[in-house]
Design a protein around this ligand. Structure first.
Ligand code: EPZ
Length: 439
């Protein structure tokens, strides 16, 4: 198993390149199943989740070729003949549940395992299932699988209002409704850029969709979609992560450049909070320049669906608050228990207290390097950020969580001035050499 060893106190000089968006790449791959032919996807990041999902597509009969070095993927969906997504793969990654919408849209039926996904909290899919029923699917739950059937092989379409707004359910319902017999409307739809970019691919394939990026999306079903060549968006969460890193570990007054970026996808809530810390923010059309301030100001935030502050950046923001002089709080209104990184930050000396879905942070005390455990993707990267500014060495264990969503993170940071290296380790090593304790 791999861990990352980070030695604190080194200046992040940059530049840092931002990779293609994980949370957009996955729905783009699902969309390719809807067309009988070969689609090409560019700027697909070399991530574990992408490889896992490529295997899920292969099970259905699609031929997937991924050129990791060129971040280019082809999906030949002409051979889709097995409308199933098995538990063994779906349990590894929740986004595999997009197979429900893709297979219903392409084949008129689907048998998809209920998802697993991140370690934290219940991750329901009730909105996905109710929406499919509203669009005319018969849905049954059998032995841990969702069995879905469109009457006489094609969905009718319909109207569905979701509460709360759900990124995944919006994507799944667009996958299912694009080739439905009649019109569909999704109310209180997700407005995330991931959804809008994915919807643009469907439109390029021939789908008739209006309202992407708003909370009401109208779809006119079409008979068939055509394969396309489509460019993935830049990863807005990786961009936000790197901005926070630069605000904390950059040399005060010296700009750090983040390249291949899409600053327009950050949303106003994050940008406003970021500039309130005193960090310099200068966006270009495909880059962002961040300048660390002499002293970070504490800024409280509350997450919300887009264009609110992204929940996927709340753990990283908490680490920034440990470096600001003063008290502030982070409240997550999207997930109520996404705080598994806090006990690990305590090991590094952070003053942070979780009360229900809020964490209160008293900043200004230096963190100490320690051995800490990644529990999920964003918690893991927040520990790397903490290690960058801690005194001494931090060993971040179970780096496979990070490899799910950050392409070559240690390589990028090392090339930008951070003292970070990846080493193998044995979780059950017995450093003492004495007789191991009885099980
Ligand atoms: C997507 O997950 C992202 N994953 C998550 O990023 C992100 O945290 C989340 O959106 C919110 O922005 C991908 O895009 C692959 P939701 P998703 O459905 O679609 C509730 C990362 O780190 N809900 O928008 O699963 C749910 O409990 C990952 O990259 C229902 O109640 O999120 C939550 O409270 C982690 N019923 C809220 O909606 C449902 O049927 C938002 O969830 C579905 C969701």
């Amino acid at each position: 198993m791999d861990k990352l060893i980070v030695e604190g106190g080194h200046t992040l000089a940059g530049p840092l390149p931002v990779s293609g968006s994980k949370n957009t790449a996955l729905p783009l791959m699902a969309a390719a199943l809807l067309a009988d032919g070969v689609s090409t996807l560019s700027r697909i990041p070399d991530l574990r989740d992408v490889k896992t999902f490529a295997n899920v597509l292969r099970i259905s009969g699609a031929a997937v070729r991924f050129d990791e070095a060129r971040n280019e993927m082809t999906v030949d969906a002409s051979g889709v003949n097995y409308p199933e997504a098995p538990y063994e793969l779906v349990k590894k990654m929740r986004a595999s549940f997009y197979m429900l919408g893709a297979l219903l849209g392409r084949c008129g039926r689907a048998r998809v395992s209920l998802p697993g996904g991140c370690a934290w909290g219940p991750r329901p899919v009730d909105l996905h299932l109710k929406g499919m029923e509203a669009f005319g699917a018969d849905i049954r739950l059998e032995h841990g699988y969702v069995v879905a059937e469109a009457k006489d092989g094609r969905l009718d379409g319909g109207v569905f209002r979701m509460d709360p707004s759900s990124v995944g359910a919006t994507i799944n319902l667009l996958l299912a409704s694009a080739t439905a017999r009649g019109p569909s409307r999704i109310e209180n739809a997700a407005r995330e850029p991931d959804v809008a970019t994915f919807g643009e691919m469907l439109r390029k394939m021939g789908a008739s969709i209006e309202g992407l990026g708003t909370d009401t999306i109208e779809v006119e079903g079409v008979d068939a979609l055509s394969p396309v060549h489509f460019y993935n968006a830049s990863d807005r969460i990786e961009l936000g992560t790197f901005m926070i890193a630069a605000a904390m570990a950059g040399e005060p007054g010296r700009a750090v450049r983040l390249t291949d970026a899409a600053p327009e996808h950050l949303g106003p809530a994050f940008v406003d909070a970021f500039t309130e810390t005193g960090a310099g923010y200068r966006p270009g059309n495909d880059y962002v320049e961040v300048t660390a301030p002499d002293e970070l100001q504490p800024v409280s935030i509350e997450t919300a669906v887009y264009p609110g502050f992204p929940t996927d950046l709340q753990a990283q923001w908490t680490v920034l608050l440990t470096q600001a002089r003063g008290n502030a709080r982070v409240r997550d209104t999207v997930y109520y228990d996404r705080f598994k990184h806090i006990p690990e930050l305590h090991r590094m000396g952070a003053n942070a207290i979780v009360v229900q879905n809020e964490v209160f942070v008293a900043g200004g005390k230096p963190l100490q390097g320690a051995t800490v455990m990644s529990t999920d993707l964003r918690a893991g990267v927040s520990l790397v950020l903490a290690g960058m500014v801690a005194e001494g060495e931090t060993h971040v264990l179970r780096v496979y969580h990070l490899d799910r969503g950050y392409e070559d993170l240690d390589g990028k940071l090392a090339r930008a001035g951070v003292a970070i290296r990846r080493v193998q380790y044995d979780e059950f090593a017995n450093p003492s050499g004495n007789e191991p304790p009885e099980e």
